[in-house]
Write a protein that binds this ligand. Structure first.
Ligand code: 9MR
Length: 585
């Protein structure tokens, strides 16, 4: 168990969030300052030399100073903008623009003769490299069925758990050739989140996001070293990592009829124990329309990306993926309304979705692009998609992204239509962030709100790729700043990074390994008011943007998940690349 005092921290944080703490402390390399960093919110990891740099100040002040912590010298003095209220956080902040500071180094922002100072942050070219690498390494750390070695997992090394070579066909998934109780093998893949189950719907969007990254930034992928067991093979590490899950997904298709099991799961969520100690039986549950469609789209996208590879093995796998996609698509069309609902004896995550027109659109789009057959989708269907961020229950936007980036001559008209939708949406997101007190596009806090922030950033990065307009990058910077500390809670939301770190994620291995530090590189779900009573002892804020608890019990705000880390990796790496090239095109 972790230090029990740590469990009290969230409570202390919530009680003291708005109070004035004034104890003095020494920051290494800096002069003694008051412990008041919550009053100046910064990106705690840092900024690229030429990016926009905006801190948020919560106290009234005529000026702010940027101090080089090594020399103690003031390198910039500025005047904050006007106070702006945010109804989501219930407080007002003013913007302190210090973009003029471009020399790499370590800095703090201070007010009033250093009586109030921010956390120390860095300005540097590779400032996101480590956090981007950690966010991909998190997938390795969450791999199912393999040992995490000391060489690649460091102090988070652990024995293998969940071999999933003997998985039981649940009654809901029973078919003629695979009746209830049949044993199948479905090994590998990633654990979904803080639980040890594996869900096709969520795997689909997560794997697609990493495939999209490989498609958009092939050169970056070639040079990227993720320090995973496969790093020495000829395949880029990002691809190696996503192949772990793609190969598992293939095992979830019933070879007899092409339908795809919705999930591989225990009957109920297990206790907080390490993977090798979690030995309850595992089941594949109901073949669903949503799983079959998301599987179709992901496999079709994989076939497009893999067949571009120099590796014969991957080209062959790409063909296998396309065949699998065609079979699952046929199954979904023959079974268009098998909506998932947990059977009465199963209570793990449902990923249940009653609106599947967007999944049908996505599957048809990806299959059309993979087969060079655009007859599968109409302009009308493209126009019918909602402008919402990609999510496990909304696939319209993933289809729009794929069409926007297509080079197929036959898809020219579809592409024009899709790009228009995408750019209009991205423009709307930019406008919201420009007007927002906290400089983000997020204005609605769902479960996993942090993933909405990084998915909004992903949309802007696609818009930048399509248009070359730099305004999108400035807005992405605001999203990255938010995730890394410039948010209403004051936490850096990626484990292992920042000055105010998330310590108690709802993640079974992190909670049961006896190590104080959580597994690094994971994005915490983030504030929301969807569920307020997950920790009976903690009264969370009723303001959505502050309704967060760094407590293990807070599954609704402090869990981690593969569909949240995939866009995190995407965005941090794209920004890292931006600093190397100064342009992401
Ligand atoms: O991310 C999912 C969120 O959108 C839903 O509102 C929530 C409740 O159904 O479930 C979340 O997904 C969880 C999944 O069901 C089980 N593994 C952990 C996921 C993250 O919390």
């Amino acid at each position: 168990m972790k230090n029990p005092l740590l469990l009290l921290l969230p409570l202390i944080f919530i009680l003291c969030f708005n109070c004035v703490a004034s104890a003095s402390r020494e920051i290494s390399g800096a002069q003694t300052v008051s412990d008041t960093p919550d009053r100046i919110l910064v990106n705690q990891v840092g900024y690229h030399p030429h990016s926009d740099k905006i801190a948020l100040i919560r106290v009234k002040t005529a000026k702010f100073e940027v101090i080089d912590v090594n020399s103690g010298k003031v390198v910039f003095t500025g005047k904050p903008g006007p106070f702006k209220y945010w109804d989501q956080s219930g407080d007002s902040v003013c913007a302190a623009d210090f973009s003029a500071v471009t020399i790499p180094g370590k800095y703090q922002i201070c007010l009033k003769d250093n009586s109030v100072c921010s956390y120390v942050f860095e300005i540097g070219r590779d400032v996101y490299t480590d956090v981007a690498k950690a966010s991909l390494k998190a997938f390795y750390l969450n791999r199912s069925g393999i040992e995490i070695t000391k060489e690649f997992g460091g102090k988070w090394a652990r024995p293998a758990g969940h071999p999933d070579t003997e998985v039981i066909v649940h009654a809901s998934a029973s078919s003629e050739k695979r009746p209830e109780g049949t044993i199948i093998s479905s090994a590998g893949g990633w654990y979904d989140a803080g639980d040890y189950n594996k869900y096709i719907v969520n795997s689909g969007i997560s794997t697609y996001t990493l495939l999209l990254f490989c498609q958009m930034y092939p050169e970056f992928c070639k040079n990227f070293n993720g320090n995973i067991p496969e790093s020495n093979n000829a395949i880029p590490d990002v691809m190696d990592e996503l192949l772990v899950n793609l190969r598992w997904m293939l095992t979830m298709q019933d070879p007899d009829d092409g339908g795809v099991y919705h999930k591989l799961t225990n009957k109920k969520f297990c206790d907080f124990v390490m993977p090798d100690k979690a030995t309850d039986p595992r089941y594949v549950v109901l073949k669903s329309t949503a799983a079959s469609l998301d599987f179709t789209a992901t496999m079709a996208m994989a076939s497009r990306v893999l067949t571009q590879s120099d590796s014969k093995e991957l080209v062959f796998l790409g063909k296998t993926c396309l065949e699998a996609a065609q079979k699952s698509y046929a199954w979904a069309n023959a079974n268009p309304a098998v909506y998932f609902k947990n059977p009465t004896d199963i209570s793990t995550g449902a990923y249940d979705d009653m609106e599947l027109s967007d999944e049908f659109f996505w599957a048809a789009t990806e299959l059309g692009l993979a087969k060079n057959d655009m007859m599968l989708i109409s302009q009308k269907e493209i126009q019918a998609q909602k402008t919402r961020v990609p999510s496990w229950d909304y696939s319209g936007m993933t289809g729009i992204i794929s069409l926007s980036l297509s080079d197929l001559p036959k898809a020219t008209n579809h592409k024009t239509e899709a790009q228009k939708i995408l750019l209009d949406y991205a423009d709307m997101l930019v406008a919201v962030s420009e007007n927002s007190a906290y400089k983000v596009s997020l204005d609605f806090f769902k479960w996993g709100s942090n993933s909405d922030v990084v998915n909004q950033a992903l949309i802007k990065l696609v818009a930048y790729k399509v248009s070359g307009d730099e305004k999108y990058l400035a807005s992405v910077q605001g999203d990255v700043d938010y995730i890394l500390g410039r948010n209403a809670t004051g936490y850096c939301f990626v484990t292992g990074f920042g000055s105010r770190q998330v310590m108690n994620i709802h993640h079974r291995p992190s909670g049961s390994d006896g190590i104080t530090d959580p597994y690094p590189g994971f994005l915490a779900g983030g504030p929301n008011t969807v569920v307020l009573n997950d920790c009976p002892e903690i009264n969370r804020s009723t303001f959505p943007a502050k309704s967060y608890a760094d407590a293990e019990c807070s599954y609704s705000t402090n869990e981690v998940a593969i569909n949240w880390n995939a866009p995190l990796f995407f965005v941090l790496s794209a920004m890292d690349l931006h600093s190397q090239n100064d342009k992401i095109k």
